[in-house]
Each structure stands twice: as structure tokens, then as C-alpha cells.
Design a protein around this ligand. Sequence first.
Ligand SMILES: NC(=O)CCC(=O)C(=O)O
Length: 263
Amino acid sequence: MGLRIALLQMDIVFGNPSENYKNVENHFETLPTNEIDIVVLPELWTTGYDLTRLDEIADKDGTESVEFISSLAKKYHVSIVAGSIAKKHSDATVTNTLLIVNRQGELIKEYSKAHLFRLMDEEKHLIEGNSNGIFELEEHRSAGVICYDIRFPEWIRTHMLDDTKILYVVAEWPKPRIDHWRALLVSRAIENQCFVVACNRVGSDPNNQFGGHSIIIGPWGEVIAEADEVETVLFGEIDVDQVDKVRSTIPIFSDRRPEIYKL
Ligand SMILES: NC(=O)CCC(=O)C(=O)O
């Protein structure tokens, strides 16, 4: 059996964490969780892009969100790539931080968005992370990045040089650039010969309308499942062994010539 994944392509209530916790809980109640290994949530799913109120609504140390996600993981016995949250640190800075929780409810990884997106004012309210998003989940070497990060192929390659097989992407990607979203994700899958599992939100906030099109792409660039623009759960099953087959057919990792590249 492959790895069975469900992406919660949800709407997000602007600046209202308790409503968003409720929404996620409702989704979980309707999921066929005995047929799912991993559930994926979008970017900033607790607050949305209500960045000017982060002082009030960001999650202090991420404690509330981690407890919430951890209890869902244990209750439903699934791993959760828990999108990202606005995490407030003890020095009052805030990061856009991805949380990964396993079936036992243990927080196994946090990754903070490395590239802040100026078009949505992130650099005015957030600080960037400086560490990679590599982790082991359901026995597969995986990586997680956040939205704008996918425009930096060198950053994704940095993760893939570690024999990583699955790239998770969580996003709030606006509708006007949804063709970029799709093209970038397919490119990242083909050039790294990996699975891409990408969860975007739908709906709108005061500044943007978001484009959905959550997608699962295989290591040959083939689309395994894709959503449209409405709130939905996208299901897909992936056979992670395919990555090694593609990588041995066209061995780009051993054919690389890093000594002639400018980074
Ligand atoms: N939330 C984001 O990082 C949005 C990135 C985006 O829209 C882009 O075009 O890049």
C-alpha cells in the first residue's frame, strides 16, 4: 500500500484562531481517517494574513496549536503536516512556522519560512527562519517549505540533496498567480525527481483572493490529484519507491557539476 494523503484545502477566517481551530476539527470529524496516513493543512491556517494584529493573535511559543494538532493526531491516529502558524517567540518576534506531528502526537519538526514575501508585507511583521525543513515522516525522508519558498529552486535543491523523496508545500497563494504556483510546483517535482504534495487555501481576505489548486505531483512530473478553487479535501496515494526508479532512469543527482555552478 502507498502513502495515503489528505490535503485540507480550507478557507481561513481572518484573524480568528478559535474559528479556524473549529473548522479544522470539523474537517477531521468527516475524514475517513482509517484510510489516511497523513493530513496536510495550508499556510497560516490559524490567523490568515492578519499580520498587523499578530501581537494579539500569534500563538505564544506555538503551544496552543501544537497541543491542538497533537490531540487530533492521537485521536485519529494520523500524521499531520500542520500547515504553518504565526508563532510568537519569547523576544516578541513572530515567525511563519510549519509544524510536523507524528501519529503519536509528537512534534517532530518545526520549520520557519526562509523567504519572506514582500508583496504581502511579511517582512514588516515576521522574521525569517534560517534552518532547513527536512524530517522523517511515516518512514520517508521528507521536507517541508512554505509558499514563496518554492520560487527559490536552490533552496529546494538544498533539501533534495539529502536523499529526500517528498516535498510538502503549504501555502496561501493568491488566485492571480495560480499559473505560477502550478508551473513552479511541477518544475520542482521534475527537476528534483520527487513527490510534491502542496496544500493551498481558498477564499479571500481583505487584500487577496486565494486560488486553491492544491496538488499532488509525482517524480516524473505527472499530476496525481488536483483540486479546483473551492473548499475541499484532496485525496491521493503515492508510491514513494517511484522516486528511486526515476532517479536511476535519469541520474541527475550523480550527473550534477556543482564545481561549475554559481550559487
Ligand atoms: N504567501 C506567500 O508566500 C505567497 C507567495 C506568492 O503569492 C508568490 O507569488 O510567490
